[in-house]
Each structure stands twice: as C-alpha cells, then as structure tokens.
Design a protein around this ligand. Structure first.
Ligand SMILES: *Cc1c(COP(=O)(O)O)cnc(C)c1O
Length: 393
C-alpha cells in the first residue's frame, strides 16, 4: 500500500522556459523592439510564424494574442454573415462559443458521446442548416475527421479546427489543425507550448490568410512583411476592420525554442497517458476511451469515465483524491465549470443535450503534464484508484 503522506506530484506547476529563450528575450529587451512591426521581416513573431508553418506543414501561419483571437479571426476571414450558424461540439471550453458570439455568429451545439467525440448523426442533421463547422478537439480527443470532412463537403460549409489542445496530434499521419480550412492553436500556459498567452492561425488558403493578417492589426502596409501572397492582400487594403490581436515579440521569443521540444513532449505525454490509462482501466472503477485507429494523440491530461458511481459517490471520489493531493474534476459536477455547456449562459436558447450531459456527469479530468516521470504517474494512478476504492469498497 502506498504511503500517501509523501507529497503528491504537482500537476499544475509549469516547466522552466528553456535557456535559449532566455537569451533571445535578453537580446530583445536590449533592443527594446517588442512590437513585431518595428523590424518586420526578422521580428521574433515573423520567425515563429515561419517555423510553426514549417513544423505543421501548413502554407501560412499568423501569430496572434490567443487561440480565441485565432478562432474569431477565422470566422471573420471566412466572411460569415452576421447571425451565421456555426456548429461546435457541446463538449469544449467556453472560449469557443465566446469567439463565435464575438464574431457576430450563433453557436449551435452538437452532441458529444461517452468517448468525448462528436455525435456524427447529430452533426449530420444540424449541418444541413449550418454556415460553418468548428471542430474543437477538446482535451486533444480527435473525432472521426474523415466523416466530419465528408459532412462539411456534402453541405458545402467550411470546417475550422480548434486545435488549441491538440498540437502534435495526428490523424492518419496528418497534423491536426491542417485538415480543415483553418487551424487554430493556443500557447496559454496549460497547453503544450507555454507563452502565458498566445495563439496561432494556420491555413493553406492565400485569401483567408491575407484577410486574417490584415484584421489581426497589420495596418497600413504592415501586411507586406508577412509570408503571404501579396496579390491576395492588395484588394483588401483599407477595406477591413483592424481588430489588433497581434502577438508581441516577447511571447514569440518565449515560444520559439519550445517548438524544438515539441516532439519530445508529445512522446512523453503519450507515454504518461498510456501508463495511467492502463492502470485506471485495469482497476475496474473507470473506463478510459481508447484512441481511434487513425488517431495518434499528444495528451497532457487524462480523461476517464466513472463506472456506476452515483452523484454522491462521484463527489466523494473527488474529495478523496483531493485529500491525497490530486485534483480530479468531474466536468459536470464542479461548480461553474467552463466546460459544462449549461454554464454558457451568454448564448441564447441553450439546448438540452442528454448525451453530452450524461457524459459530463461521469467524465473526470486530471492533468498529466509531459514532465512527470513514471513514478509520479503511478502516484497519480494510485491516488485515483484508492479514492475510488474508498467509495466503492
Ligand atoms: C485553451 C483552449 C482554448 C482557448 O485558448 P486561449 O489561447 O486561452 O484563447 C480554446 N479551445 C480549447 C479546446 C482549449 O483547450
């Protein structure tokens, strides 16, 4: 039996920013050029865009202030009409419907099943009256992208990917975020690359990137310093609002060296996840949905479903785990959880979504950062299994 009085691993603290980033930051502070358009072509923000596009295999990239900004600019770049219906999975972070509302569009929630994936029958039905599909790969879980792309194609609507939490994930060998018209990523501290705040928009479409670059705040002729197709941008001169969602050079300096560490983090994160998943699944108290055959995950957390727990038992389970230093939240049971769709009271007519609600009342979320070693992962699994055993006997 494990001694739980030994301190539990801290699942929330960040990793140090690599020394190479610190050198770049030092040089930047020396020059004072924090604004990306002071030295346009060679600014850290421009260099990060090029490196990111190359890493992902995308034609164009735009560095912005957050993934929320990238999602907003995606909808604006697609020139969706005001009131356009944008489908999203009902299991996502509140920032996603918020970006849609911000863009003057209407979020339409699609059911999500007990494996955290989009309910394809519901998507198919709602796609008939949709203007766009925004697939949020929540917690890095990938739905059947071939089926989703087919639905988007059949209904002639663009598909955007919210890959905020999916950097490094692949579908059938292709990077998540490159499957749709536009892919959006986050560099907020709880994501694979940490800038505190920051985001990236990628696309292969010269028209979309040109419009997004200008609207991100490339005022006057600043768009000329971007790796874009000039002919696509010129017609939009002075014709688009400037929303000023640029990334500043400091954030770009913090992120760029971390890009070289991504592959390593993906391997470690996946190993940690799979180690914990096996332990939890074998305990009999939990089910851990397997990845799809075409999906290669890049997890930095684990989600699992409580098997035959009443609501009271689920609450006791969370208390027990917390007692031993591990925060395990059942999405639907923690107060004001921003990932529970009924808490998105800023949207009109929140629908009843029984499947998603049932999933959220059983699905538990635990952070599992890539930096943990095998012993620490075992500690986390032991705490969770012990917490369940004390409830279920
Ligand atoms: C973090 C996250 C976002 C928001 O990203 P920000 O950069 O904080 O705006 C959106 N969607 C998902 C799935 C996320 O995990």
């Amino acid at each position: 039996m494990r001694d739980f009085s030994v301190e539990a691993p801290d699942l929330y603290s960040a990793e140090p920013i690599p020394a190479s980033a610190q050198a770049a930051i030092e040089a930047l502070l020396e020059s004072g050029d924090l604004f990306r358009y002071t030295t346009p072509e060679t600014s850290p923000a421009a260099l990060l865009e090029r490196a990111f596009a190359e890493k992902l295999g995308a034609r164009f990239a735009l560095a912005v202030s957050s993934c929320s900004a990238a999602l907003f600019l995606s909808l604006k770049a697609l020139n969706l009409r005001s009131g356009a219906r944008v489908l999203i999975p009902a299991f996502t972070f509140a920032a996603v419907p918020s970006a849609i509302v911000h863009a003057g569009c209407v979020p339409v929630l699609v059911e999500v099943d007990s494996t955290y994936r989009v309910d394809l029958a519901d998507l198919e039905e709602k796609a008939i009256t949709a203007d766009a599909i925004l697939i949020s790969h929540m917690r890095g879980h990938t739905s059947d992208m071939d089926a989703i792309l087919k639905i988007a194609h059949t209904n002639e609507v663009p598909m955007i990917e919210d890959a905020a939490h999916s950097l490094g994930t692949t579908w059938n060998g292709r990077n998540i975020g490159t499957l749709g018209k536009i892919g959006c990523f986050s560099f907020q501290s709880y994501k694979m690359l940490n800038a505190g705040e920051g985001g990236m928009l990628i696309t292969d479409d010269p028209e979309l990137i040109a419009r997004a670059v200008i609207m991100s705040g490339a005022y006057e002729h600043n768009w000329k310093s971007h790796a874009i197709v000039r002919n696509a941008a010129e017609p939009w001169q002075n014709k688009l609002p400037l929303y000023n969602m640029r990334m500043q050079n400091l954030s770009a300096c913090v992120v760029r060296p971390q890009l070289d560490m991504l592959d390593q983090r993906v391997v470690q994160g996946r190993a940690n996840h799979d180690q914990a998943a096996k332990r939890l699944q074998d305990s009999g108290y939990f089910t851990v949905p397997a990845s799809l055959p075409l999906e290669q995950r890049a997890p930095d957390s684990i989600q699992f479903n409580l098997v035959d727990f009443s609501e009271d038992q689920a609450r006791s389970f969370m208390v027990n785990a917390k007692e031993n230093g591990i925060t395990a939240s059942v999405f639907g049971l923690s107060t004001d959880n921003a990932r529970a769709f009924w808490n998105w009271q800023f949207i009109d007519d929140i629908p009843e979504l029984p499947k998603t609600r049932a999933m959220l009342s059983k699905a538990c979320d635990v952070r599992l950062p890539a930096r943990l070693d095998r012993a620490e992962v075992d500690y986390v699994a032991d705490v969770l299994i012990d917490a369940a055993r004390r409830v279920k006997g």
